[in-house]
Design a protein around this ligand. Structure first.
Ligand code: ADP
Ligand code: ADP
Length: 238
């Protein structure tokens, strides 16, 4: 059975009393250990789809079956438990990390919220996570604003990993970074996927990068899935 099965997922936003369609009809399966790329032009609904799948947004309609359980109608409390398994790395670490928080507090936040590590264990776990993402554990007490974009995204990745999730939505995790360090961050995510047997939904608009990291690629257009293909056939002659 797949780790995730999404059936006829829809997400509309209410904007000034009008229903705005972001995801119209999305169905897909993701096997455990897979990296599925999600591409498509800006505004086609990729980020909304990713956030709805992990229930940062509640779906308008459809099913999201994670590990055999339909999570669409879970209570907040039940969903909170499941948050350990499903995480996200946001596009812009300048926006998603509070610059005035220390690295220790940023990565410790999910641990505290879920009472996942206390006392000595907490520091040890944060240290481990920093080493895992290639940051010096001695930097734990420094503030997020002291770090470069690439380093901040590593902090964001460490936070997403803190609770040992199975599934991570990587929402354009390198788009906001300087081109010179994009490859490093992609390779870090790729190494972590293998090391920790993670499953990724990898959102991007750069097809060549998605080809590099993904086992297969899903293409969205205007809220719909238009093509599900292995990454090589995207460039092949029709
Ligand atoms: P993509 O990730 O492919 O660029 P998004 O999922 O961000 O696309 O956006 C899809 C559509 O939904 C766009 O029209 C966008 O303006 C709209 N949208 C995204 N997030 C919200 C939100 N929180 N509230 C209202 N509309 C939104
Ligand atoms: P974006 O930057 O893509 O617009 P936000 O920063 O607004 O997204 O975050 C959306 C929600 O997700 C917020 O309520 C935030 O607290 C929560 N959140 C932040 N980081 C994580 C994470 N690593 N895993 C799960 N939820 C998170």
């Amino acid at each position: 059975t797949p780790l995730l099965e999404i059936r006829n997922l829809k997400k509309y936003f209410n904007v000034d009393g009008k229903q705005l369609m972001a995801v119209n009809n999305l169905s897909l399966r993701i096997e455990e250990g897979e990296t599925v790329g999600l591409v498509g032009e800006s505004g086609c609904g990729k980020s909304t789809a990713g956030k709805t799948i992990i229930r940062l947004y509640s779906p308008t309609d459809g099913e999201v079956i994670f590990n055999g359980q339909n999570i669409v109608n879970l209570s907040n409390r039940e969903m909170n438990k499941l948050r350990r398994e499903m995480q996200i790395v946001f596009q812009d670490p300048y926006a998603s990390l509070n610059p005035r928080m220390t690295v220790e507090d940023i990565i410790g936040e999910p641990l505290d919220l879920h009472k996942a590590a206390t006392g000595k264990q907490r520091k040890q776990r944060i240290k481990e996570l920093l080493e895992l993402v290639g940051l010096n554990a001695e930097h734990m007490n420094r503030f997020a604003h002291e770090f470069s974009g690439g380093q901040r995204q590593r902090i964001g990745i460490a936070r997403a990993l803190a609770l040992n999730p199975k599934f991570i939505v990587c929402d354009e995790p390198i788009s906001a970074l300087d081109v010179s360090i994009q490859a490093q961050v992609v390779n870090l995510l790729k190494d972590l996927q293998q090391k920790l047997n993670l499953t990724y939904l990898f959102i991007a608009h750069d097809l060549s990068m998605v080809k590099y990291i993904s086992d297969r690629i899903l293409v969205m257009y205007l809220g719909n899935m238009v093509e599900l293909t292995d990454s090589d056939s995207l460039y092949a002659d029709p």
